[in-house]
Design a protein around this ligand. Structure first.
Ligand code: NI
Length: 171
């Protein structure tokens, strides 16, 4: 099932999500399947559960956008363990459509997370994957990428979104 993507302005995007405590349930499997489906439908490389209105610490990532099955990553209750280096590149978010900004991130990031069965694993990503780890884990903490840009640029985006809301073009 493809869920609609929650847009900026919805409080679910700006609060810390709940930890997942039950693993390997049919509900969890189905939710993860739906998250991949919703992410591919929206042509994203990552999706966090709050973006479909579910405040739980689950994120899916696929930097190949559906091209390579082995690139599918599920992060449950993830934490950033280690970050190093820096990269500056354009970043967007399915919850803030129509906007993209240069965002500075660590070049390399190691996460510790649980898989769908609750097994703990660690994974290191570089470049786009490292960016996706940082972006999606941000979502699960209630932080959007625009918190990593200048206040000036952030306010400009917020003003533009306010205008779109008024015009009924942001729902
Ligand atoms: Ni996002």
């Amino acid at each position: 099932m493809v869920y609609p993507i929650v847009k900026y302005g919805d409080p679910v995007l700006e609060r810390e999500a709940e930890n997942v405590t039950k693993f390997d349930t049919p509900d969890l499997h189905k939710l993860i399947e739906d998250m991949f489906e919703s992410m591919y439908a929206a042509k994203g490389v990552g999706l966090a559960a709050p973006q479909i209105g579910i405040s739980r610490k689950i994120a899916v990532i696929d930097t190949s956008v559906g091209e390579k099955a082995e690139d599918k990553i599920v992060l449950i209750n993830p934490k950033l363990l280690h970050m190093e280096g820096k990269q500056v590149s354009e970043e967007g978010c399915l919850s803030i459509p129509g906007f993209r900004e240069q965002v500075r991130r660590a070049k390399k990031a190691t996460v510790r997370a649980q898989d769908v069965k609750g097994k703990v694993f660690e994974m290191t990503g570089e470049d786009l994957l490292a960016r996706a780890f940082q972006h999606e884990i941000g979502h699960l903490m209630g932080k959007l990428y625009i918190s990593h840009i200048s206040a000036l640029k952030r306010d400009l985006i917020k003003r533009k979104i306010k205008r779109l809301v008024k015009a009924g073009e942001w729902a």
